[in-house]
Design a protein around this ligand. Structure first.
Ligand code: PLP
Length: 221
């Protein structure tokens, strides 16, 4: 199948999930996760109307944004964990940083964004119970948010979560629901949740951004 066909299928599955949940499809941004995929495939997706792309690795994001700077209106999402020393690759470029879980990285992102005259929108990543993964514990989310208040150059927009890998999308539902409740409590509007394995459940539970790679680009090498 061509990328345009896969994209159309993912978009239609998002629409159906929105309808089930009584939501408008325009409330959900599809982020096409292009990590490890060659620029030619991103161009193919762009030609099919896709504008939001997600990358995990800071240097790869920088390199692809440079190589594809001719694609007007393209938006790059930095979705992976980031060390403070790599903030300089993300801050000038990203439309949204999805994985904030560290105050030093937040300061450095803000400093680098301000240096180029912009404010970087950010999401706080919450940890869904796996110690090996990034993210802030749910019960620390309010205090973490407090510790970020007043840092110049960043704007806190919402929460991101990545449930454990599972072949059953329903196992993600309680995690998504809990994340949505946390966002309501913290008065943060955006929710980045749902990947190939579970994006329809995420849409039903209120995702405003879904991050889908494999269902669009096929398996990664
Ligand atoms: C790779 C990745 C995705 C996309 O995963 P797929 O299963 O290919 O859809 C989404 N979010 C993050 C943070 C990722 O690292």
């Amino acid at each position: 199948m061509m990328i345009a066909d896969r994209l159309a299928e993912v978009r239609s599955r998002i629409e159906v999930a929105c309808r089930r949940a009584g939501r408008a499809a325009a409330e959900v941004v599809l982020v096409a996760v292009s990590k490890t995929q060659p620029p030619a495939l991103i161009e193919e997706a762009y030609a099919a109307g896709q504008r939001d792309f997600g990358e995990n690795y800071a240097q790869e994001l920088r390199d692809k944004a440079k190589a594809l700077s001719h694609l007007a209106g393209i938006r790059w999402h930095a979705i992976g964990r980031l060390q403070a020393n790599k903030a300089k690759y993300v801050a000038p470029i990203a439309a949204l940083f999805h994985a904030l879980d560290d105050v030093n990285t937040a300061r450095e992102l803000g400093r680098r964004a301000a240096a180029v005259g912009r404010v970087l929108p950010c999401l706080i990543e919450l940890n869904a119970g796996e110690a090996s993964k990034g993210g802030v514990a749910f019960d620390r989310s309010a205090s973490f948010l407090e510790s970020l208040r007043g840092i110049p150059g960043i704007e806190l927009r919402g929460l991101m979560v990545m449930p454990p890998v599972s072949s059953d999308p329903e196992t993600s539902r309680p995690v998504f629901r809990k994340t949505r409740e946390a966002a309501v409590k913290l008065a943060l509007p955006d929710l980045s949740m749902g990947m190939t394995q579970d994006f329809e459940v995420a849409v039903e539970e209120g995702a405003t951004l879904v991050r889908v790679g494999t269902a669009i680009f096929g398996a990664r090498a």
